[in-house]
Design a binder for this molecule. Structure first.
Ligand SMILES: Cc1ncc(COP(=O)(O)O)c(C=O)c1O
Length: 428
């Protein structure tokens, strides 16, 4: 039977993805992903697995041995961390400052935890004192928190929180999906126990692989829950004394055994995703992690300057804004969705909407990973400027893209950008 002609070869429209992620993958990552497949125990494949462990230790800035990949999107890595750390009845403290904090509470409660939630208004972050008070009052086993919550564009400082947890013997878990490689993150120095990430933001890859790193302390706790499936137990295997992890796929004790020299069979490693994850880390390290982070800050400064030149108001506590995404109030006279549609339709540029209390109030405009570049920032500002005019908005004389370009030019002649931020009001 012939194939129905409606099923054409995949040929997506060209898009510049400038939302909160995913973004366009680095072509080098896409090329790596098209390399030929290998058997999962081929020495060439296991050598790549070991290289991935070494590369991601540099991305997380750790010397933690247990640094590897979870097959699945970032949420899979989050779930594997939480289900492997939390036993039913454990107390888990979750400071929530946006949608992805709520995700952590949702996963922790599915793991049977007694979840203690601290909440902040969207657009703000927690002070170390607030966390310290809650740690002392509740004495949780685990603290789970996001670094960059893309729903609000805020980046939570973690240095003191990691240390506060460490001093108290609390296991700290951080979701750095949206912030890693675009914002400073020193997992080892900050004494954070477990961190998970994703490729599709500042690492410049597609979604589908979740890098994870575990301190020795966290790994020991998880190993105490090691139970192996029937039929593959190694000779002399003695199960861990603590309760079996409730998920098979996300059982980090078994996944660690697979990434150990024993290569104890678990899932079949997603080879093409591993190639992609390896190339993401390789590209960032080739550029230099600090340089990659600085590139994101530069794109952020330029984007902010362009948005302000358009007469728009920026969202949230800008002292703690993620470098890779900017929230901007939608002018009240405009239909925000219609503007976004026109940017996509006429210019092929995607910017983000927002969730929950911010829905319809702000757009989220990203410049991250492969897309944290001068040309992409300028193109986005030009497209937005034209679409605002198309929708009847009067915009100031100053050209938004030129305002952004000034920021780039200042950097190249060594001047420090000095962007004047207008005060934010809720009725913006
Ligand atoms: C902070 C944060 N955590 C988790 C996720 C979930 O990632 P994924 O969709 O790859 O599972 C996202 C996705 O945007 C995110 O921004």
């Amino acid at each position: 039977m012939n194939i129905d002609p409606i099923f054409k070869q995949i040929n997506p429209p060209p898009r510049l993805m400038m939302g909160p992620g995913p973004v366009n993958a680095d072509p080098r990552v896409q090329r790596a992903m098209s390399a030929d497949l290998l058997g999962q125990y081929d020495p060439a494949m296991t050598a790549y697995m070991n290289e991935v462990m070494a590369l991601y230790r540099q991305i997380f800035v750790v010397d933690y041995h247990w640094t590897f990949l979870i097959d699945g999107t970032s949420r899979a890595a989050i779930e594997s961390a939480l289900v492997s750390l939390i036993e039913p009845g454990d107390k888990v403290l979750v400071p929530v400052f946006g949608r992805f904090g709520h995700l952590l509470t949702e996963i922790a409660s599915r793991c049977g935890a007694e979840v203690i939630i601290l909440e902040k208004e969207w657009g703000e972050i927690f002070s170390p004192d607030e966390i310290k008070t809650a740690l002392d009052a509740h004495q949780p086993k685990v603290l789970a928190i996001c670094q960059g919550d893309t729903s609000t564009t805020m980046c939570q400082p973690l240095e003191e929180i990691g240390k506060l947890c460490h001093e108290r013997g609390v296991i700290s878990y951080v979701d750095a999906t949206a912030s890693i490689a675009g914002n400073e993150l020193l997992i080892g120095d900050w004494k954070i126990d477990v961190c998970t990430a994703g490729l599709q933001k500042c690492l410049g890859g597609p979604s589908g692989s979740g890098p994870i790193t575990l301190s020795d302390r966290a790994a020991e706790l998880i190993k105490k829950r090691w139970h192996v499936e029937k039929g593959i137990e190694p000779a002399g295997f003695v199960p861990g004394q603590d309760s079996r992890i409730q998920s098979n796929y996300f059982d980090l004790a078994m996944v660690m055994a697979y990434w150990s020299p024993d290569r104890l069979n678990h899932h079949t490693e997603a080879t093409s995703m591993l190639y992609g994850a390896r190339e993401c880390a390789r590209c960032v390290l080739e550029e230099g992690l600090d340089q990659a982070i600085a590139r994101h800050h530069m794109a952020s400064d330029a984007m902010k300057a362009g948005l302000l030149a358009l007469g728009l108001k920026l969202f949230g506590n800008l002292d703690y804004k993620m470098s890779n995404v900017t929230g901007v109030y939608i002018p009240s006279e405009l239909d925000g969705e219609a503007v976004r549609r026109d940017m996509l339709h006429h210019f092929g540029v995607e910017i983000g909407t927002s969730f929950g209390p911010l829905h319809g109030k702000i757009w989220r405009i990203g410049a991250m990973g492969y897309n944290a570049r001068k040309d992409t920032v300028l193109r986005t500002l030009n497209a937005l400027s034209s679409c605002l005019k198309l929708h009847g908005m009067k915009i100031p004389e100053k050209d938004a893209a030129l305002a952004a370009l000034e920021i780039y030019n200042m950097q190249s002649d060594g001047t420090t950008p000095n962007i004047e931020i207008s005060p934010v009001t809720d009725d913006a």
